[in-house]
Design a protein. Structure first.
Length: 153
């Protein structure tokens, strides 16, 4: 009987932790969407390759939101191979055709990982800075959302 109670308590703790993480993730995404909307018009996309269309100064940018959690590093290996490096293991980010889009595009990464790098070749890595193109798209974090307006000009 004590094992059943202990099992129920462990399951309850896991469920509560999952709900807390989900609520925090949703709050952060909502905050980012509000901040982006201050700089232009934001429309939900009907395509799976990106989440929103940002419109400003007569131009449109496809925006993809990527949740990385509390990752140590996000590495952009190529236009379509992205990896999230956590303390234990690596997760791949599915691009869903984002790399095939012909329009200007940007990725919004949240929360900001400790490092964002792109691979130039198999042996050379470079840190990604705001307003720097990463292959054929821009990469933005919570701290650099105001730069989205400069990209759209």
């Amino acid at each position: 009987m004590p094992y059943i109670i202990a099992g129920i308590v462990v399951v309850a703790i896991i469920v509560i932790a999952y709900i807390i993480i989900l609520v925090e993730k949703t709050k952060l995404k909502t905050k980012i969407i509000k901040e982006i909307s201050r700089h232009g018009k934001l429309e939900k996309s009907n395509e799976t390759s990106h989440d929103f269309i940002f419109k400003s100064a007569g131009s449109e940018i496809a925006l993809k939101m990527v949740y990385v959690g509390h990752a140590k590093e996000l590495s952009i290996n190529s236009k379509r191979h992205w990896q999230i490096h956590r303390g234990k293991g690596i997760n791949f980010v599915s691009t869903h055709g984002f790399e095939k889009l012909r329009r200007p595009k940007a990725i919004v990464v949240y929360p900001t990982p400790k490092r964002i790098v792109k691979y130039i070749n198999e042996n050379e890595v470079d840190f990604v800075k705001p307003l720097e193109k990463c292959f054929d798209f821009y990469l933005l974090t919570e701290e650099s959302l105001e730069k989205l307006k400069k990209i759209s000009q």
